[in-house]
Structures are given as structure tokens and as C-alpha cells.
Design a protein around this ligand. Structure first.
Ligand SMILES: Nc1ncnc2c1ncn2[C@@H]1O[C@H](COP(=O)(O)OP(=O)(O)OP(=O)(O)O)[C@@H](O)[C@H]1O
Ligand SMILES: [Mg+2]
Length: 237
């Protein structure tokens, strides 16, 4: 479970201060798929960077599975992130000097899993995202959708408890985006990985278990996920 409590983050702006997160609260269950929505600049990336411990909060806390990430010293946070979290970004962030399989294997090696066992796992993970025949392709020769599927395989190969995705389809055309989202959602659900995804994609927001909207620095319930849609419709008719 992820608990976000009274989370604050401001940035100085000229002579003033821009409060991006202003006592944001949320509680996310293990295995839940949560879409974070909000206008551009509302703080979605800022929030994900605090949950992942890449950035430091000014106040409040984030705990993941009972561990308070916001108060961990940096070396411990790095290890926690490496072991328990996975990331998918808008611009893939693959390492172009490594092939697809080597990119996916990297998180395993960082967690001390090496050799044939690591190669087997990364190959199996690439097969799960539909790239079992592209193990040794140079990643910059792959299409955008294929690169993002490599990134999803890399994010999940070490079986993290939590997957954080920041606009994972922001750089893809509509059809490719929907393929990538299907992969992302089906793998997160089948592995019971908690998925927190910042997105402008309405289909993704509708497919999530829950939508949280960032508004004036706070997290509020957004437009419902698929589970709530029938209730709302029946209430109207
Ligand atoms: N390192 C930083 N220094 C100064 N201001 C920052 C920094 N990071 C973010 N901000 C500001 O915080 C606000 C929120 O930015 P953020 O990137 O979190 O928005 P977002 O919701 O992810 O937007 P988008 O949908 O465009 O990705 C913006 O006004 C941005 O300029
Ligand atoms: Mg952003």
C-alpha cells in the first residue's frame, strides 16, 4: 500500500514561490491501477518524482509498503528504488549502446542477478511484451512502440511492487499508444503490480481502477474508472 500524506513541494520562481503540491493526500492499495490526471503543469511528474524518491519533498511523507521513502537517507532510497520500483517514461530512456535484451537485463544485474539466469528472465520478459524475436536488436532501430515495450519489460523484469509511469504514451501515435497501454495494463494486472500512471490519455484513465486529479496542489477523485461508470449511468437513467 502507498500512503501519501500532506505532501508538499514548492519551487522558487523569480522572487516568489510556486506551490506545486500543497498538502496532497492519497492512499493507494497494493495492486491498484491509478491514473493521475490534471492539466499540464499541475504537478503530475513532480508527484511521481516524490513517490519514487528521485526528488525530495518540502513536507509531508510518502510510505510504500510501510517504509517511509521520504525520510530514507539517499543510499537506502537508491536501493529501495532499485529493488521495489519500476519506471516507464515518455521518452523511453533506453540505453542505445545496449541491445534490447541487455537493456531489460540491467535491473536484474543491479539487483545482483547475473549470468544465464538473468538472460533467461530478460528474454522471457521481452517475449511477454511481444518482442521475443527482437532480443538482440539495437534499440534505436526499433519503432517507438517497440522501444516503449522494451522499456515496460525493463521496468517489470525484477518484479517490482510498484510501477510508476509518466505519460508512457505521450510520444506515440494513437494506435501504437493503445497497443502499448494494453501491454502495460495487462502485465500490471496479471502480476498484481501497483501501477501509478500520469496521463492525458482518456482511454487509459477510463481503464484505471481509480482516477486521481491534481488540482491546486491537492489530489482529488477524478472522473471514474470502468468500475464506477455503470453505477453513474444507472443513477442518471
Ligand atoms: N525543478 C524544477 N524547478 C522549477 N520548477 C519546476 C521544477 N520541476 C517542476 N517545476 C514546475 O512545477 C510545475 C509542475 O510541473 P510538472 O512537470 O510536475 O507538471 P505536469 O503535471 O507533469 O505537467 P505535464 O502534463 O506538462 O507533464 C510546473 O509549473 C513546473 O514549471
Ligand atoms: Mg509531466
Amino acid at each position: 500500500m502507498i500512503v501519501i500524506r500532506q505532501l508538499c513541494r514548492s519551487f522558487s520562481e523569480g522572487t516568489g514561490v510556486h506551490r506545486v503540491l500543497d498538502a496532497a493526500d492519497a492512499c493507494i492499495e497494493a495492486g491498484e491501477v491509478v491514473a493521475i490526471v490534471g492539466r499540464s503543469g499541475s504537478g503530475k511528474s513532480t508527484l511521481l518524482n516524490l513517490v519514487s524518491g528521485i526528488d525530495r519533498a518540502d513536507g509531508g511523507e510518502v510510505s510504500i509498503g510501510g517504509r517511509i521513502v521520504t525520510s530514507m537517507p539517499e543510499p537506502e532510497r537508491t536501493l529501495f528504488r532499485r529493488e521495489h520500483l519500476g519506471f516507464v517514461y515518455q521518452f523511453f530512456n533506453l540505453i542505445t549502446t545496449l541491445d534490447a535484451e541487455e537493456n531489460v537485463r540491467l535491473p536484474l544485474e543491479l539487483n545482483g542477478i547475473r549470468g544465464a539466469a538473468a538472460r533467461r528472465r530478460s528474454a522471457a520478459m521481452l517475449a511477454e511484451v511481444g518482442l521475443g524475436d527482437r532480443l538482440h536488436s539495437a534499440v534505436d532501430r526499433l519503432s517507438g512502440g517497440e522501444q516503449q515495450r522494451v522499456a515496460i519489460a525493463r521496468a517489470l523484469v525484477h518484479e517490482p511492487a510498484v510501477l510508476l509511469a509518466d505519460e508512457p504514451t505521450g510520444n506515440l501515435d494513437e494506435e501504437t499508444a493503445s497497443q502499448v497501454l494494453r501491454v502495460l495494463l495487462s502485465l500490471s494486472r496479471s502480476r498484481r503490480t501497483t501501477l501509478i500512471v500520469a496521463t492525458h490519455d482518456l482511454w487509459l484513465a477510463r481503464s484505471a481502477d481509480r482516477v486521481l486529479e491534481l488540482r491546486e496542489g491537492k489530489l482529488v477523485s477524478g472522473e471514474g474508472g470502468i468500475e464506477r461508470a455503470p453505477t453513474r449511468r444507472s443513477g442518471v437513467s
